[in-house]
Ligand binder design. Structure first.
Ligand code: SF4
Length: 374
């Protein structure tokens, strides 16, 4: 069983923090849609005939696509791949696109999970982020989605925003919980160099909040959501039991996936492929008969480090037996391993290690200390 990811590289406007690949110029839309449809056909062998269990429309903003654009791509998916009877089909959407008519269409074409980019329920923060929606749309889109028949809804939130107090973050969490989404993804704001925020930071106009404040916001999030019955199944992801994202979980469980469209990544168990992150170059290349990608064959060290990094962030933990059997690596012999156990940052239960609450605050650092070099 494998996953399929479709990258739709268009947005209405550029959010100030966003480092994903997208364009606000819609001129190439039709050509990109046609190119994605062709790439799907040409990549039909990539997954070695494994059935598609999850389809994920990401971006960019897939919810800006029109009916005919969505249908061209879907048609190519179902013509070229064997898809299981009840696949999880997720579509990333922005609140300002979610009219009842749009939602009914998304439902009709098979979407059964929405991932809504709410980010904040606070108008001043939404404006600071340069989001295209407001707080009213943020709150209303979920009830409209319910009316349209969606019963698997995820929302994205951002914490650790400069200028946002702990009590303002608390009020965001309360608003999110009142809407009862099945899934919540919450990310700490990271300021990336090539974004507007990155430029502001360089000019001294913006400063990231300090680590202590950020840790407090993360701790409040974990406490509030777990008390409300959500499972903290991955460092940035919480779900009601049974509503974990199957697609994203497959990334963390080393399943194969195929990524289609500009900037999309693929993984076949041996290598990773990265499509070019440029809409013009992508369509020109596809139109001349070639998929524009780079391929990286994974070394043993790459596989070990990726396995540690992704699994340690999940509630399923890192399986020392798997590392030893499949990758010939004895993690327990790593010089940092005992220290992390003694400091209460990780716990070991038989052959599985997991982060403790304290360890979750330092997840990236702990994982990188356990990495091996080539
Ligand atoms: S955050 Fe989403 S909507 Fe905003 S620019 Fe990035 S991809 Fe587009």
């Amino acid at each position: 069983m494998a996953g399929l990811y479709i990258h739709i590289p268009f947005c209405k406007q550029a959010c100030h923090y966003c480092d994903f690949h997208f364009s606000t110029n819609q001129e190439l839309r039709q050509r990109v849609v046609e190119a994605i449809s062709k790439e799907l056909k040409w990549q039909r062998e990539y997954l070695n005939n494994e059935s598609i269990e999850t389809i994920y429309w990401g971006g960019g903003t897939p919810s800006i696509l029109l009916r005919n654009e969505l249908e061209i791509i879907l048609d190519s998916i179902f013509k070229n791949f064997s898809v299981v009877t009840h696949p999880e089909i997720t579509l990333e959407a922005n609140p300002d696109d979610l009219t009842f008519e749009k939602l009914a269409l998304l439902k009709k074409i098979g979407t059964n999970r929405l991932s809504i980019g709410i980010q904040s329920f606070d108008d001043s923060i939404l404006q600071f982020f340069n989001r295209a929606h407001n707080s009213v749309e943020a709150e209303q889109c979920i009830s409209i989605a319910r009316e349209a028949g969606f019963n698997n809804i995820s929302i994205d939130l951002i914490h650790s925003t400069p200028g946002q107090s702990l009590s303002a973050w608390k009020s965001n969490i309360e608003k999110a919980l009142a809407l009862r989404p099945e899934h919540i993804s919450a990310y700490s704001l990271t300021i990336e160099e090539k974004t507007t925020f990155g430029q502001w930071q360089k000019k001294g106009k913006l400063q990231a909040i300090d680590e202590k404040e950020s840790a407090e916001q993360f701790e409040l999030l974990i406490e509030s959501l777990t008390q409300a019955g959500y499972e903290h199944y991955e460092i940035s992801n919480f779900s009601k039991p049974g509503f974990e994202s199957k697609h994203n979980s497959s990334y963390w469980k080393q399943k194969k996936y195929l990524g289609i469209g500009p900037s999309a990544h693929s993984y076949d168990g041996i290598s990773r492929q990265y499509n070019i992150s440029n809409n013009h170059l992508y369509v020109n290349s596809i139109e001349s008969g070639k998929i524009p990608f780079e391929r990286e064959v994974l070394t043993r060290a790459n596989k070990i480090n990726e396995y540690i990094f992704t699994t340690l962030r999940t509630m399923w933990g890192t399986d020392l037996g798997y590392l030893e059997k499949e990758l010939d690596y004895r993690l327990a012999e790593n010089q940092f391993f005992q220290t992390f156990l003694e400091k209460g940052l990780v716990v070991a239960n038989q052959h599985i290690i997991r982060l403790t609450s304290k360890g979750k605050l330092l997840a990236d650092q702990i994982a990188s200390d356990l990495f091996i070099s080539e």
